[in-house]
Ligand binder design. Structure first.
Ligand SMILES: Cc1cc2nc3c(=O)[nH]c(=O)nc-3n(C[C@H](O)[C@H](O)[C@H](O)COP(=O)(O)OP(=O)(O)OC[C@H]3O[C@@H](n4cnc5c(N)ncnc54)[C@H](O)[C@@H]3O)c2cc1C
Length: 309
């Protein structure tokens, strides 16, 4: 059996590893952090192609991923289909709505619009709760015969020396390994709160004033920020206040949320997801830079990867 090494144990590494196993490869994951310490473990995560390029490919991957999530709607693994309200304006790219059927997306009527949102779509989309879904995926990988090794890779040369085909799924970590100037952080601060009686919704129509609510099985994630090129991983009180004020001033809630935990994550943003063989190290394939949509597209990338490897 042929061997493959996947570097990275976030949503992109795990889904890539599983699809390659299903294709008959023996897969080892090498990562400096296991799934529970990754960026992927901290986030929402809702199906929505936010801050990812190129749009055409991202939409294709998102459509494939949507179908894959349908097969994973199972008790206890954190995947569910939920109603989600997405604000839009004349500048919004709404191509993603074409990926859904007329049963799963429509324009919201005026009575359905949350306060502060002028126009929106209501869709039925996958929610993948990382705290349940990543352990489920990791276990699936191990049960399929996968091996995991905790190790930091410092260069492309070192990755290439692994002497197997290597899939680079290191997210923002690829900046160091690949000296990639195009890869940059987009900082997101979020509040994990007690469940609230407000609909799951997102308003990304105002740059720098991202606002969203994701209701999960036992808590609620309220966001957020979308600061470009910001490496700050500290929780900023000013951002906490901003997030709460937008929720209340925007009219979504009258009550202040009860915060359980505050988190900061850096989205691995790139002008285009790097999804290609390396030109100097032909046994290395890159799969990183999925911006604010790693969960939305990871399965789609994994399916495509397994097709041509
Ligand atoms: C606040 C916030 C909210 C978000 N919400 C959503 C959402 O609702 N829906 C959605 O689709 N997306 C969302 N995202 C985006 C999503 O979280 C990312 O796109 C996704 O987690 C990226 O996954 P990844 O596997 O590429 O990277 P990561 O999860 O960062 O995993 C990278 C892996 O590579 C390993 N690694 C890195 N460098 C090295 C190295 N040198 N050697 C060895 N291993 C290495 C790490 O240890 C880790 O295991 C959100 C992001 C943020 C910040």
């Amino acid at each position: 059996m042929k061997s493959i090494t996947v570097i990275g144990c976030g949503i992109v590494g795990l889904t890539s590893a599983i699809k390659l196993q299903e294709k008959g490869f023996e897969v080892t994951i090498i990562a400096k952090e296991r799934f529970d310490k990754t960026l992927s473990s901290k986030v929402g995560a809702i199906w929505f192609p936010f801050e990812i390029h190129p749009k055409k490919e991202a939409n294709k991957w998102a459509a494939l991923a949507y179908q894959e999530y349908l097969q994973d709607v199972k008790e206890g693994n954190g995947v569910a289909l939920i109603p989600f309200i997405t604000a839009y304006n004349s500048e919004s790219n709404t191509d993603w709505t074409n990926l859904l059927t007329k049963e799963t997306v429509r324009k919201a009527s005026p009575e359905e619009l949350p306060k502060g949102i002028a126009s929106a779509f209501i869709s039925t989309v996958p929610l993948a709760e990382p705290l349940l879904y990543l352990p489920y995926l990791f276990n699936r990988f191990i049960v399929n015969g996968g091996l995991f090794k905790e190790q930091k890779i410092t260069s492309l040369q070192e990755a290439s020396n692994l002497n197997t085909l290597v899939i680079n799924c290191t997210g923002l970590g690829a900046k160091e390994i690949c000296n990639d100037d195009d890869l940059r952080p987009m900082r997101g601060q979020i509040l994990r709160c007690k469940k609230m009686d407000i609909p799951s919704c997102a308003d990304s129509t105002k740059k720098g004033a991202l606002s969203y609510v994701i209701n999960r099985s036992t808590d609620c994630v309220i966001g957020g920020t979308d600061y470009e090129n910001d490496w700050n991983t500290n929780i900023e009180k000013s951002d906490t206040d901003l997030i709460i004020n937008r929720l209340i001033d925007g009219g979504l809630s009258r009550k202040k949320p009860e915060i359980l935990e505050q988190l900061v994550g850096l989205r691995p943003k790139r002008s285009a997801v790097r999804f290609e063989f390396d030109e100097n190290y032909p046994n290395v394939f890159h799969n990183y830079g999925h911006g604010g949509a790693g969960f939305t597209v990871a399965w789609g990338c994994a399916i495509e990867l397994a097709k041509f490897v």
